[in-house]
Design a protein around this ligand. Structure first.
Ligand SMILES: Cc1cc2nc3c(=O)[nH]c(=O)nc-3n(C[C@H](O)[C@H](O)[C@H](O)COP(=O)(O)O)c2cc1C
Length: 247
């Protein structure tokens, strides 16, 4: 017996997944258009890989619709998000799937040079990329590409993965490469503090009474039970009845 609790993933001995929390990332909306279908998702895995040619890469989960569409289209656009990007916007791109949602509805965007949609809201800069190589990495595919257009859309400070977690209280998507590390981290916190947190069954956001939901007028120290009945998940908009007590 491993002593593993239900819902806990097996850990490989020697791999402290929370070590990955010291790796720094930004957050990006990656979009594409294959045939008539346009879609996109939130990623933390966009990096520049070479200067000449100007090359970049992204890592996409094989479970994401965006993965299949980039496979088909051979191109993508990556938008650098600003620090002030609201959780709700991040939740749409990071927790909903284009299989049943049009993520572009009500979101300002335009067709880019490659035909990929360029999201204009909360975007500091945009890169359009032609895929040159695909590397099978197991759960994810690494898409390497050549940048065909790079443009700055507005000045501002980019949103980092650390700020998203620590200040905004955002969660890691199940299909993000860092998901297992984030689960391990959450379990450590649970063990060291006896706090009654509630988790959104739709997107995984955790309501932490110690932090409250200041963006939506809920003070730190407000127990979940005292939240107004019309309070909704700040990430995905699910109602209070979609929340389950943690632990
Ligand atoms: C903070 C955060 C980071 C994420 N990073 C990645 C990533 O690097 N690669 C990836 O494939 N998915 C990542 N995801 C998960 C996708 O955004 C998510 O699965 C999305 O719902 C997929 O949408 P789609 O099915 O429309 O493509 C991340 C999610 C969050 C919340």
């Amino acid at each position: 017996m491993s002593g593993q609790k239900p819902g806990e993933e097996a850990c490989t001995p020697g791999l402290d997944l929370t070590a990955f929390w010291s790796v720094t990332y930004g957050l990006y909306v990656v979009t594409t258009k294959a045939g008539e279908k346009k879609n996109g998702c939130l990623v933390n895995t966009f990096i520049q890989t070479a200067s000449e040619p100007c090359a970049v890469c992204i890592s996409l989960s094989k479970k994401n619709l965006t993965h299949d569409l980039v496979m088909g289209s051979g191109r993508f656009a990556a938008q650098v998000l600003e620090k002030e990007t609201p959780l709700r916007f991040l939740g749409t791109w990071g927790f909903r799937t284009g299989r049943d949602t049009d993520k572009f509805e009500g979101v300002e965007h335009r067709e880019g040079a490659t035909g990929c949609p360029v999201v204009l809201e909360h975007t500091l800069a945009s890169f359009e990329v032609e895929v040159t190589e695909k590397v099978d990495c197991g759960t994810h595919t690494l898409f390497l590409g050549r940048t065909v257009k790079a443009e700055k859309l507005k000045p501002g400070e980019p949103l980092t993965y650390a700020y998203y977690h620590e200040v905004k209280g955002g969660r890691t998507g199940r299909n993000a490469p860092g998901y297992l590390a984030s689960r391990a981290h959450d379990r450590d916190i649970e063990r060291s503090h006896e706090m009654k947190k509630y988790v959104c069954a739709v997107c995984g956001y955790t309501y932490d009474p110690e932090k409250g939901d200041p963006d939506n007028g809920v003070d730190a120290g407000t127990p979940f039970e005292k939240l107004p009945d019309d309070w909704v998940c700040p990430v995905c908009g699910a109602g209070k009845d979609q929340f389950e007590s943690e632990g």
